[in-house]
Design a protein around this ligand. Structure first.
Ligand SMILES: [Zn+2]
Length: 242
């Protein structure tokens, strides 16, 4: 059956009342097809231990902002616009970037703001970025900013000094409760993951985070990903609970 036939079939069975509903349905179907092409084979692949292999998302340096900080940096009139959706449902890369400046006046330009807005301002860096900028941020969970490092954030309209915003994000797995349970894990657990290949490694202290909307995926920063020679097709296997 071709893709267009399958769309017609779904609409016939789900009865589309309006043009808007039809557009909605098509968007949903296309998303399903795209997701099964991207994620399907990865999630279905099975490791030697019999568990599904887990896809890896590499987090380049990025920023999360409050709505207030966004408008301070970009001006009240600027609308926060998405550029492309991320793998986790509801998350997106925005069209907007800022420059971040450290205490040695060294800066990194074009650091992308991810959406939606958060309740806090947070800059996620690799340790390599941190050394370049001259800051010493802690390895922390997203949102744990008590010991975060300070940076200056520069936008096209204004700049602000952000006292506690920079962290090196800890390694973590996004999952639903059900999928985590499949691995014998629950929200808040720490586990080990193994990545094979020429520069194979075992990463420890990988935090399990669950949410009913999340897709199974491991998030590593660019330092971890590069150390393990991770490429698009690289998958990870669970190597036990900590
Ligand atoms: Zn993540």
């Amino acid at each position: 059956m071709s893709q267009s036939n399958s769309l017609t079939g779904s609409c016939a069975t789900q009865s589309c009342n309006s043009e808007e509903e039809l557009v909605d349905l098509i968007a949903r179907e296309v998303r399903n097809i795209l997701q099964s092409e991207i994620a399907g084979p990865k999630v279905r692949a099975v490791s030697n231990s019999g568990y599904p292999l887990i896809p890896i998302g590499i987090s380049n340096r990025h920023v999360h902002l409050t709505e207030r900080t966004f408008h301070l940096l970009f001006g009240e009139q600027t609308e926060f616009e998405p550029l492309r959706p991320l793998y986790q449902p509801g998350e997106f890369a925005s069209k907007h970037t800022i420059t971040i400046v450290g205490p040695k006046m060294r800066s990194i330009p074009a650091v992308r703001i991810l959406g939606p807005f958060r309740k806090y301002d947070q800059v996620e860096l690799s340790l390599t970025d941190s050394i370049f900028l001259g800051v010493d941020p802690p390895v922390a969970n997203s949102g744990s900013l008590e010991k975060a490092a300070s940076l200056t954030l520069v936008g096209p309209h204004n700049s602000i000094h952000c006292e506690k915003c920079a962290i090196v994000a800890n390694r973590h797995i996004h999952s639903t409760d059900e999928e985590a349970a499949m691995f014998g894990l629950k929200n808040g657990d720490f586990c080990k993951i193994r990545i094979g290949g020429e520069k194979g490694v075992v990463f420890e202290n990988v935090l399990v985070r669950t949410n009913k909307n999340w897709e199974l995926q491991i998030h590593l920063d660019t330092d971890d990903a590069n150390a393990a020679n991770i490429r698009d097709e690289t998958l990870a296997e669970l190597a036990g609970k900590m």
